[in-house]
Design a protein around this ligand. Structure first.
Ligand SMILES: Cc1cc2nc3c(=O)[nH]c(=O)nc-3n(C[C@H](O)[C@H](O)[C@H](O)COP(=O)(O)O)c2cc1C
Length: 348
């Protein structure tokens, strides 16, 4: 049993949100395991940015940009702060995060608890960034015109973010996922086009749900190519429950993340790569916990990957381990760069 697994037995006696707060505090006080075993095999340029390695920390861990540099120093190739909404909000009532240890999974219905964009902007503008930091933006629960919240987010964060993620896939804000369909999505693309026509240089990505139908996905990709969207993130958490063994908490409302999400999110990723014919860079997220999972996402169309839940179950040393294993896996393929593996599991 590794050290983290021993610590985990104790950590899991603490409520998930308290344990998360402790993790943020530990990072803030300088307690992180430095990792720099990057290799040129893992380095690549995606939507104009150079990533030292393809492993990013997914949105939701550092919602308020409290520790982005510490996360980069722990070995991640990039991190995504947020989701940030225009006005700070408390989120849903507690308890709202549940561990499903038998499945290496979590269910959360946090509901975009965050400090709001002014505070997060302030925090981010005070640091000297040590690496690629994306900002994930959302809409307030109380917003009547949700699109205008995204407009405010883009305007605010395009000045300091390395990329912006439009999160329209959280299951925990009523009506948010509706922005993924039909006319709503078209309106969103129109809004982004206006920014791009006005000279916006910051890459804009859109984060999608794993619960989309093929038809919805085809429309989204069509509009995204037309709107010159810089990338898609596939996927957020799922509202489906058929993948979990655990009985306790399995009926809690919210989004399921972790191992049970791997297959479903990779399927949507693969479909997106096929539908888009590789024309839009994709970030694969959902259930990644090993270097094999990373290679699977990459071979099914992802240029980069992100993870969150695996850190809860495997601990902070996971990143060093993943990078080491990844380097030797890429070497075995005999390619010059990990970028050469993107989409190779899909027949052309
Ligand atoms: C506790 C928790 C909070 C999350 N909060 C956000 C969020 O604020 N915005 C977002 O886009 N995704 C959020 N996510 C989703 C993750 O970014 C990711 O898409 C999802 O968990 C699947 O990856 P994983 O299986 O590696 O955890 C959250 C996930 C968890 C577990």
């Amino acid at each position: 049993m590794n050290l983290y697994k021993k610590i985990r037995n104790v950590a899991f006696l603490i409520e998930p949100e308290k344990a998360h707060k402790l993790a943020i505090s530990a990072l803030k006080s300088g307690l992180h395991i430095p990792s720099d075993n990057n290799s040129k095999l893992l380095k690549q340029k995606v939507f104009g940015l150079t990533f030292n390695n393809p492993i990013g920390l997914a949105a939701g861990f550092d919602k308020n940009a409290e520790v982005p540099n510490e996360i980069i120093s722990s070995g991640f190739g990039f991190t995504e702060v947020g989701t940030v909404t225009p006005i700070g909000q408390p989120g849903n009532k507690m308890p709202r995060v549940f561990r499903l240890p038998e499945d290496d999974a979590l269910i959360n219905r946090l509901g975009f608890n965050n400090d709001g964009m002014e505070i997060v902007f302030d925090r981010l503008s005070k640091i000297t960034k040590k690496g690629i930091i994306g900002v994930n933006i959302g809409a307030n629960k109380s917003a009547i015109d949700k699109l205008s919240d995204y407009q405010m987010g883009i305007k605010k964060f395009s000045k300091i973010a390395d990329y912006i993620t439009i999160n329209i896939s959280s299951p925990n804000t009523p009506g948010l996922r509706d922005l993924q369909s039909g006319q709503n999505f078209q309106e969103l693309i129109k809004l982004i086009k206006v920014f791009k026509n006005d000279g916006l240089k910051t890459p804009v990505l859109i984060k999608l749900a794993p619960d989309l139908t093929r038809k919805q996905l085809e429309l989204i990709i069509d509009y995204s190519i037309d709107g010159k969207i810089d990338g898609l993130i596939l996927t957020n958490t799922t509202i489906e429950r058929k993948y979990i063994k655990n009985k306790r908490y399995s009926n809690e409302d919210g989004g399921l993340s972790g191992k049970p999400l791997m297959q479903k999110s990779t399927k949507i990723l693969r479909d997106s790569y096929t539908i888009s014919e590789g024309k839009i860079p994709l970030i694969g997220v959902g259930g990644v916990s090993s270097s094999r999972d990373i290679i699977e996402k990459i071979r099914n169309g992802a240029s980069l990957i992100q993870l969150y839940t695996a850190i809860v179950y495997e601990g902070p040393t996971l990143i060093s381990k993943l990078k080491k294993e990844l380097i030797s896996e890429v070497e075995q393929y005999g390619v010059k760069s990990i970028a050469d593996l993107v989409g190779t599991a899909i027949k052309k």
